[in-house]
Design a binder for this molecule. Structure first.
Ligand code: PHE
Length: 368
């Protein structure tokens, strides 16, 4: 056996027996590194006479290629063995109980807003939103409440300081109702129109049934030949769907709002069930009564004109109702202030599952 054959046999067996990647790298340096044995042999080629170089050259180069390939094979074998070992040792114990993830709850106000949006969407209403920081014109003037109008006193308004005047030089304020959204929508979309505007509103007021911030949903329909009958039907349909009772009875009382003419206050009949007022039934029946629930009316011609609509061509109705109030009535919650305390125990008790999405087909009411 020539020296070369001995070297080849030695390399083959040692590479095949390399125990790990470190040992293999040691062998690579030993054979092919700058000072390596095969590299050493290659250097001797230059000094050989041409005939001998022609024989030795291919043999040494062949050996180098064989060793290079053997090193690569062994490397791959070692790597896949290492991976197999890891896969075998790093198993996941799927029988361990999973850590429980904290689950949030939907706030009753959000739940009721979703229920209302679902009901009104079915009646063809779109949802319109607008800014909570309003200017005096959109919140009051365009709704037929000029400056110094006594009805402005009905809204205990939070005004911003005079230095923060609005675009037209008027005062800025926290909107006292979502009616300015109706003004904005009439101006931007014109007629006909069917919208609800849910959102936060602000009034300087605070006790068990009033908080400085609360939620409203207002509705507006503008079309040709709209009359009070449409208003009554719409309110009845919405309240029956919302309270999930067919025996909701309404009583319309003449009232006053600057933005509607005529204006009607809407009462709903209730029944005393074990000391609790449950909506439903004729309020005039024995053991029954009427509860004031919302304000509404036919949109005042002045408001239409402010919103660039010709009152001889277009009529409409509007209504406004407190979302928090609806939530309290439907889900039997007594203290409004607790809605905004952020107490997790309260929310866990009164909150709703995020999976219980209100739909008309499954029932808009959340399941208990
Ligand atoms: N914007 C009125 C309020 O907040 C509610 C309302 C809306 C009344 C539409 C009548 C018509 O007091």
């Amino acid at each position: 056996m020539s020296d070369l054959d001995t070297l080849a046999a030695d390399a083959r067996s040692r590479i095949a027996g390399a125990a790990d990647l470190t040992a293999l790298e040691g062998l690579r340096v030993e054979f092919l590194g700058k000072q390596g044995s095969i590299s050493g042999l290659l250097k001797t080629l230059g000094a050989l006479p041409p005939e001998q170089r022609q024989i030795e050259g291919p043999r040494i180069h062949g050996l180098r290629e064989e060793v290079t390939a053997a090193l690569a094979d062994r490397k791959q074998a070692l790597e896949s063995a290492a991976l197999d070992a890891r896969l075998a040792s790093e198993t996941i114990d799927i029988t361990l109980p999973a850590a429980e993830l904290p689950r949030g709850a939907i706030h009753p106000v959000s739940q009721v807003m979703d229920e209302l949006a679902e009901i009104f969407a079915d009646l063809g209403f779109a949802v319109a939103t607008g800014p909570e920081i309003e200017d005096d014109w959109h919140n009051f003037t365009a709704l037929n409440l000029p400056e110094h109008h006594p009805a402005r006193a009905m809204h205990d308004t939070f005004y911003f300081p005079d230095q923060m005047a609005g675009p037209d030089g008027g005062k800025m304020l926290l909107r006292t109702h979502t009616s300015p959204v109706q003004v904005r929508t009439m101006l931007s979309q014109g007629a006909p129109l069917r919208i609800i505007s849910p959102g936060r509103v602000y009034r300087s007021d605070s006790d068990a049934t009033h908080t400085p911030m609360f939620h409203q949903i207002e509705g507006l329909v503008i079309d040709r030949d709209i009359h009070l009958g449409h208003l009554k039907w719409t309110l009845e349909t919405f309240l029956k769907a919302f309270f999930e009772r067919d025996d909701i009875v309404l009583r319309l009382r003449p009232s006053y709002f600057p933005f509607t003419e005529p204006s009607v206050e809407v009462d709903v009949g209730w029944e005393d069930v074990g000391g609790r007022r449950v909506l439903g039934g004729d309020g005039d029946a024995p053991g029954h009564g009427w509860m004031e629930l919302l304000g509404s009316g036919m949109v005042n011609a002045q408001v239409l004109e402010f919103c660039n609509l010709d009152p001889n061509e277009w009529q409409g109705f509007a209504f406004g109702v407190g979302v928090d109030r609806l939530a309290m009535l439907k889900y039997g919650i007594d203290d409004l202030r607790a809605f905004f305390d952020g107490d997790l125990r309260w929310l866990r008790h009164y909150g709703f599952s995020a999976f219980d999405v209100p739909t008309l087909s499954a029932g808009v009411g959340a399941r208990p």
